[in-house]
Design a protein around this ligand. Structure first.
Ligand code: DAH
Length: 350
């Protein structure tokens, strides 16, 4: 039924404006609802087509204005329907793209750093002998790194050439060895003490394939009544066999450290040639792996432990050195360069 208009121009424009608002606010929750809207506005018998029919009755001089409104309505309706249609189609495809049954991409697992692997192995071996882990600060003071450990006032390690001092304070320095943790533990704990102390240490060295300004050490300390050099030797033999294999032999050579008396250095039979002699062991059949000795009574006294009642042994080794022996890493710098190609090789050692 054509609409009865009193003033056809004004009535049609009002109607068009009302429809325009409706169309602009159009919503459809699914494709069915959208199709219903299309029929309502744009089909042959839809609201807009009806208006088109009425348009014929608009007097010629008013056609221009009414026509403009009508076109705007038609275009808006078409555009809005298209937009809604597109949004449904997009939603449809993105749902289709997710295949919930597909096997997940493999997640690349990281690898443990070779130094961490070896550190853990050393700690585990001593753990089996009853040692527990102790740690201390890397930024230290003179007392814990040198004085308490019996270093003479003019010992070269106290020199700027060998030790990193923190500027403006001669008493703040980066520890040069993990022996400082010995003092820290003995100061706050009475024997029996049985600790293994892994950690990073710093020395003022030029960086090359065989030296770095930071590296890692493990310190061992056992203080109790009647601890003897024989106990030390037994623990060292156990460690060497666990770490490098049951056939490994050890030998102790007299040495000097300010904090132990007597002091020794330990060699193991070369694990590459089995002691026969090769380029790695410089044809001696032996390679040096650690320093050790009986804790100097002065050190015990410095830390408030009665040296007449207690004795102890200490040992210290470089983790890089042990790692090199195990994995034949030729260049120390590899450990801190984070080259994935190097690190990946230790995947199976995890
Ligand atoms: N602190 C020594 C170093 O940095 C290593 C060491 C030697 C530690 C003998 C000890 C020891 O506990 O008894 O070279």
């Amino acid at each position: 039924m054509p609409i009865e208009y009193k003033n056809i121009q004004i009535a049609m424009i009002d109607k068009i404006k009302a429809l325009l608002q409706e169309v602009e606010n159009m919503h459809a929750a699914n494709a069915g609802e959208l199709e219903a809207l299309r029929i309502k506005y744009l089909s042959k018998k839809g609201e807009i087509s009806m208006l088109m029919n009425d348009f014929r009755n608009v007097p010629a001089e008013q056609k221009r204005e009414v026509g403009m409104y009508l076109n705007q309505l038609k275009e808006t309706a078409q555009q809005k329907i298209n937009e809604l249609k597109e949004s449904f189609e997009n939603a449809q495809t993105s749902n289709d793209e997710i295949d919930l049954t597909r096997t997940a991409y493999p997640i690349q697992l990281g690898t443990r750093h070779p130094l961490s692997i070896v550190k853990k192995e050393i700690c585990d071996i001593f753990g089996r002998l009853g040692f527990s882990i102790a740690e201390g600060p890397e930024i230290e003071d003179d007392w814990h790194v040198f004085s308490s450990l019996n270093f003479a006032e003019d010992h070269p390690a106290r020199d700027m050439q060998d030790t990193f001092f923190i500027q403006h304070s001669p008493d703040v320095l980066l520890r040069t060895h993990t022996s400082s943790v010995q003092t820290r533990v003995m100061e706050r704990q009475q024997p029996p003490i049985r600790i293994i102390c892994p950690g990073r240490v710093y020395r003022n060295e030029a960086i090359s394939y065989r030296a770095h300004c930071f590296f890692h050490q493990v310190e061992g300390l056992y203080v109790d009544k009647n601890v003897s050099f024989a106990d030390l030797k037994q623990a060292l033999l156990f460690f060497a066999k666990e770490m490098f294999g049951a056939d490994t032999k050890i030998r102790l050579r007299p040495s000097y450290f300010p904090f132990t008396e007597p002091s020794a250095e330990m060699d193991i039979s070369c694990n590459l040639c089995g002691g026969k002699g090769c380029a790695f062991c410089k044809h001696t059949g032996w390679v040096e792996i650690l320093g050790c000795g009986m804790v100097d009574p002065n050190v015990l006294e410095n830390c408030g432990i009665d040296s007449k009642v207690y004795t102890g042994y200490a040992l210290g080794m470089g983790i890089e050195r042990i790692t090199n022996l195990k994995y034949q890493v030729k260049d120390l710098r590899m450990f801190s360069e984070n080259d994935i190609r190097f690190l990946k090789q230790f995947e199976s050692a995890n």
